[in-house]
Design a protein around this ligand. Structure first.
Ligand SMILES: [Zn+2]
Length: 179
């Protein structure tokens, strides 16, 4: 079994219409939260800005949530703008649903494809692991990793999942022969 791994290389952009300009793209930049206390309730936002006009807007992460219900480490992370917390917050599908945006993964990931060793016995099984919930289309990913056209992929690859449907989970495929 050959391992292939899909890595995130940076945070994805957000597809989201700006209220001030025609841009449809926003970024978390360095990643900043804003925490606002109101009595024993907290609001937490993730700040994003338009890539074109820099207008900053707030995405709701927690709304009027009792302070006592927060994990102290998580709360600390919001206060110090912890990078891992920024990433996990942005990639949580619940945030996108609540704030009506989609993630734009263009150029934000990389495929590390182990080359097929010479003299390997055919057929060859490859397992693709996704380290982050990055939507990939198996046919495109396999074509890229093997340096084949999509027509060749269709002929030579047997995949365990539908190849033309984007997915955010790993999968495995079998490469049938060299030619
Ligand atoms: Zn703008």
């Amino acid at each position: 079994m050959l391992p292939w791994v899909v890595h995130r290389t940076r945070l994805p952009l957000l597809s989201r219409r700006c209220v001030d300009c025609p841009s449809g793209s926003a970024t978390t930049g360095d990643g900043r939260f804003r925490v606002n206390a109101n009595g024993k309730l907290l609001d937490v936002w993730l700040l994003v800005r338009c890539v074109r006009c820099d207008r900053t807007s707030k995405l709701t992460v927690h709304e009027r949530t009792p302070v006592a219900s927060f994990d102290p480490a998580e709360l600390h992370g919001y206060h110090v703008n912890d990078g891992r917390l920024v990433a996990s917050t942005l990639l949580d599908p619940a945030l996108a649903r609540r704030n009506r945006f989609a993630l734009d993964w263009t150029d934000a990931w990389r495929l590390d494809a182990t080359p097929v060793p010479l003299g390997e016995a055919w057929p060859i099984r490859v397992e693709v692991v996704l380290r982050d919930p990055i939507p990939v289309r198996p046919d495109r990913l396999v074509a890229r990793g093997l340096g084949l056209s999509r027509a060749e992929v269709e002929r030579r690859v047997k995949c365990d999942v539908p190849m033309r449907r984007s997915r955010i989970a790993g999968f495995a495929f079998t490469l049938m022969s060299v030619r």
